[in-house]
Write a protein that binds this ligand. Structure first.
Ligand code: SD4
Length: 292
């Protein structure tokens, strides 16, 4: 028996996202609408310092956002290095639906968003501005840290009543990153990948490491070869570990869903978790990990 509808989302904030997404999924809505609504919920949380409004800025004090979305027809849309727009996930969906392109970046992405009716908004919260000032004063380029607020992108995967899978991923990226840095989250195949014949995967953590192994695509292809979502996530993490000499602070987590509604998750270090919501389940689950 296939477990559907179902939604899984990375980290603690995945619980809020799932609740919102369930308003769609529980009413026979599409997985695509569900993941977009779930992502928007977290993008709007000002106190959340890693996604959307309130996200920690880059080295110049600018909040720059990355997001992508992929549906059951293998269509996808993405925005990267987008500034002053609260809902990059919805801009990514517009790129998917209203243009012949997959990805828009920077000024061009913002111009497109404004033309589509999105409004400019200051995304730098008071609290994130304070954090930035402290970082700036310390003049210490922040190294990646395991499971800190700068590593909690939200990635969502849903399967609807019709059995179709869609996914979304949205983040403000690595805190105090170089101006212009783009992570894995808006890159199809890295931060997110969906093949409706097989399943979907999302990634969180240090984007550079995820891009190096085409992480989410790798997880889905492993499932195509017969691995369970759990085995596939573990193998992808092991690939990352094998390709890096120094694993200090290198946290990456994968989350995956297949067509049966089976779920898997795995991370380099402990601390990664995800929310799962289905008809009979609504909980935050700790992912297994490679090391403490
Ligand atoms: C990224 N995976 O941009 C995202 C999340 C993050 O440090 O903030 N990583 O790489």
């Amino acid at each position: 028996v296939t477990r559907k509808p179902i939604i899984i989302s990375t980290w603690q904030h995945g619980m809020d996202a799932n609740k919102k997404a369930w308003e769609v999924l529980g009413n026979k809505g599409s997985a695509l609408d569900a993941v977009e609504q779930g992502a928007r919920e977290v993008e709007s949380q000002v106190e959340n310092k890693s996604v959307g409004i309130g996200g920690l800025p880059d080295e110049l004090g600018k909040v720059t956002l990355d997001a992508c979305i992929m549906d059951h027809n293998h269509k996808c849309g993405s925005v990267a290095f987008l500034q002053d727009i609260e809902h990059p996930i919805s801009v990514a969906r517009k790129v998917m639906e209203d243009t012949p392109h997959v990805m828009l970046v920077g000024e061009g992405a913002q111009k497109f968003a404004l033309e589509k009716g999105f409004e400019k908004k200051n995304l730098l919260s008071k609290s994130s501005k304070e954090d930035y000032k402290k970082w700036k004063a310390s003049q210490e380029r922040k190294k990646p840290e395991v499971n800190h607020e700068n590593h909690d992108t939200i990635g969502l995967l849903a399967m609807d009543e019709a059995g179709n899978i869609s996914g979304a991923c949205t983040t403000s990226g690595w805190a105090y990153k170089l101006h212009g840095r783009v992570g894995d989250s808006p890159i199809i195949g890295a931060g997110l990948y969906v093949d409706n014949e097989i399943g979907g995967a999302v990634a969180t953590g240090l984007g550079e490491a995820v891009i190096r192994v085409s992480g989410s695509h790798l997880v889905v292809e492993l499932m195509r070869q017969g691995k369970s979502p759990q085995e596939a996530c573990q193998l992808a993490v092991e690939r990352i570990i094998a390709k890096h000499d120094d694993l200090t602070g290198l946290q990456v987590g994968f989350l995956a869903l297949n067509k049966k509604g089976e779920v898997g998750a795995y991370s380099v270090y402990n601390g990664f978790n995800y929310g799962l919501k289905s008809k009979d389940q609504d909980e935050l689950i700790d992912a297994p990990f490679n090391r403490k």
